[in-house]
Design a protein. Structure first.
Lengths: 115, 112
């Protein structure tokens, strides 16, 4: 089992460019989510999905779009990157939205730098 | 959003020493969790606590859910080099993973 796979691992963008961070899981998890990790801030929830076709905003959604067309994939899109979006991004999934955090599986992270 | 105050921010200890870190909040949580993040990896769950006053061990790790439900601590005994990493606490208000609030992390360095 690959678990939660994130690509790319590293990315450098210029301000205004767009890109998509990919997240895929092979565990048939209903719940998927995106966090960003900034120094001194801990992990903050950007968007989440409780199943295919259903997404919702987390704590810091501005500047990011998501979609969930399949159970396996949950891409995070930056339409016009800004330096404030320089961060490490983590995708996480669990069997269902009500399984609790004790079974949340994280990907290895994607480090994004916006110049 | 809710804030978790995690301390210390960083620690440098000698191999074999014990380590203690804690998290406090102004809000009540139903669940407390402790994660470890190795360099270049995502967080991995170490211990989950579900009841006020609960004390749970996982090998050399011991964590407690504070009686007030507003705090938790993690102890690591007899530290070893592979304990190096960032340790995060997280509080959960309800029964869903989207209701997690993370602390800012404790960077642990173990010196030989």
């Amino acid at each position: 089992n690959a678990g939660v796979t994130q690509t790319p691992k590293f990315q450098v963008l210029k301000t205004g460019q767009s890109m998509t961070l990919q997240c895929a899981q092979d565990m048939n998890h209903e719940y998927m989510s995106w966090y960003r990790q900034d120094p001194g801030m801990g992990l903050r929830l950007i968007h989440y999905s409780v199943g295919a076709g259903i997404t919702d905003q987390g704590e810091v959604p501005n500047g990011y779009n998501v979609s969930r067309s399949t159970t396996e994939d949950f891409p995070l899109r930056l339409l016009s990157a800004a330096p404030s979006q320089t961060s490490v991004y983590f995708c996480a999934s669990s069997i269902s939205s009500f399984s609790g955090a004790n079974v949340l599986t994280f990907g290895a992270g994607s480090r994004l730098t916006v110049l | 959003g809710q804030q978790l105050n995690q301390s210390p921010q960083s620690m440098f200890i000698q191999e074999g020493e014990d380590v203690s870190m804690n998290c406090t909040s102004s809000s009540i949580f139903n669940t407390w969790l402790w994660y470890k993040q190795d360099p270049g990896e995502g967080p991995v769950l170490l211990i989950a606590l579900y009841k006020a006053g609960e004390l749970t061990s996982n090998g050399r790790l011991t964590a407690q859910f504070g009686i007030t439900r507003k705090d938790s601590f993690l102890n690591i005994s007899a530290s070893i080099p592979s304990d190096v990493g960032i340790y995060f606490c997280a509080g959960q208000r309800g029964g869903s993973a989207r209701q997690l609030t993370f602390g800012s992390g404790t960077q642990l360095t173990v010196l030989p």
